[in-house]
Each structure stands twice: as C-alpha cells, then as structure tokens.
Design a protein around this ligand. Sequence first.
Ligand SMILES: NC(=O)c1ccc[n+]([C@@H]2O[C@H](COP(=O)([O-])OP(=O)(O)OC[C@H]3O[C@@H](n4cnc5c(N)ncnc54)[C@H](O)[C@@H]3O)[C@@H](O)[C@H]2O)c1
Length: 248
Amino acid sequence: MKRLEGKTALITGAARGIGLEIAAAFAAEGAAVAVADLSAQESAAAAAGIADRTGARAIGLGLDVTKEADCEKAVAETEKAFGKVDILVNNAGITKDGLVLRMKEADFDAVISVNLKGAFLMSKAASRLMLKARAGRIINISSVVGQSGQAGQANYSASKAGLIGLTKSLAREFAPRQVLVNAVAPGFIRTRMTEGLKEEARAAISGLIPLGRMGEPGEVAKAALFLAGDDSAYITGQVLAVNGGLYM
Ligand SMILES: NC(=O)c1ccc[n+]([C@@H]2O[C@H](COP(=O)([O-])OP(=O)(O)OC[C@H]3O[C@@H](n4cnc5c(N)ncnc54)[C@H](O)[C@@H]3O)[C@@H](O)[C@H]2O)c1
C-alpha cells in the first residue's frame, strides 16, 4: 500500500526545486497533488510531468501566496478537483539578500510577505477544511538560517524563524481537531535558490557541513513525506532539520 493513497495535497512554490520534488514524492506515494506557483502555465506543466511519471492525479494552479484571495481560490480549486485538502505544504519562498545597513525596507517586507505571511494566509484558507474534517497536515518549509541566523539574510532568517513560531502556534491551536503542524528546516540544498553561489562559496559551505556536501531536493522531500503520512501521527509542533548536521 502506498503511503499517501487516497490523500490530497496542495503544495505552494511547486513548479520547481524543493516544492516540485515534494509534489512528485507525494504523487509517487499515491496522493492527488495540486501544484501551485506564481505562473499558472509553469504549474500546469509541472503537474502534467508528475501525472505522466507517477500516474497520480495532478493539477496546476497559479497563485501569489501574498494575496489572500489567491490562497482561498487555490484551496477552493483543490477541493473542487479532489473533494478535500488533507495536506498543505507551505514551500513558496524567496530571498533578497543584503547586509542590514544596505537592505531596503521593500526587500525586508517582500521576503516576510512571501515566506511568512504567505504561509499564514494559506494555512488559514486550508485549515477551514481540515478543522471541519478533524484531520489534516500542514508542513512549513523553514530553513537552517531561521535557527542559526545568517549575516546578509536578516529578512530571510527572520521570516524562517517566524515560520517556526507560526508552526508551533498553529500546532497548539489545531491539535484538538487532530490537525498536525510541523516544519522542515533544510540546510544548503542544490536548487535555483543556491545556484548563484560561487564555487569557492560552495566549497566553503560544504566544509562546514559535517556530512561534507550540500543536500538534494529529494532528501528534503523524504522528510516532508514522513510528516505527511501516518508514520508521524504523534508528532506536532516540531522542526525536522535536514541539513547534513550543519546546525544541531
Ligand atoms: N535551496 C535551499 O538551500 C533552501 C534551504 C532552506 C530552505 N529553503 C526553502 O525551501 C523552499 C523552496 O526553495 P527552493 O530552493 O526550491 O527555491 P526555488 O526558488 O527553486 O523555488 C521557490 C518557488 O517558490 C515560488 N514562489 C516565489 N514567490 C511566490 C509567491 N509569492 N507565490 C507563489 N509561489 C511563489 C517560485 O516561483 C519558485 O517556483 C523555500 O521556502 C526556501 O526558502 C531552501
């Protein structure tokens, strides 16, 4: 029996990178998946690819997680297509790095808005269905720098630390209805987000990681899969680090 047979999942920022790997991993385990990202076209293409590879049902949705109406529409469209929303993964995220003295207010606001407010809006929209169903999973993709801090990423690390607070508060609020809320905190993972790093920076980072290498998106997807399935039925309000030992 596949681990997510009969389940439905909505994953934000899933047209590429870690989100795409999570959607594909869930589909491979039998879930029907809604791939939601800024471009409806790219989401549809990603969903078609997943359906082809796994045989699972997959739809693509265009949404901007900073807009409440978009979040509500994405949840409504997923419910219309699949009848329910069992699992929400808040994965959409951006960076706008810079040292604080040079960081523009707009760059601080934009990162908080996508990474933190977006997760709040999506959780609010999806939890209506989950609380009624007395079941559900919300998985927030935080980051190692939300735990450790990072020079040049005050906005990003604040947003990711905020996500951990959001995770714990939602976990407490929703526990009476059996809606479980956890976070995954990836370390340095090979995606477009880290592609811009120079070779020396990459080597320096790998030198700091006890396991000696950057992680792969599929390794983050496996942690999300664990938190989405029955094997984690007694786990809520936790942060699962997938970072090669970078932060303990
Ligand atoms: N790559 C890493 O090393 C790493 C480490 C820790 C955490 N993360 C987190 O993992 C998540 C995925 O990162 P990734 O590396 O796959 O990055 P990525 O840039 O490849 O993917 C992010 C996706 O989010 C989408 N997105 C951006 N703004 C959006 C919005 N307003 N509404 C909807 N979608 C939006 C983008 O279009 C993109 O498809 C992010 O939250 C990121 O912060 C990544």
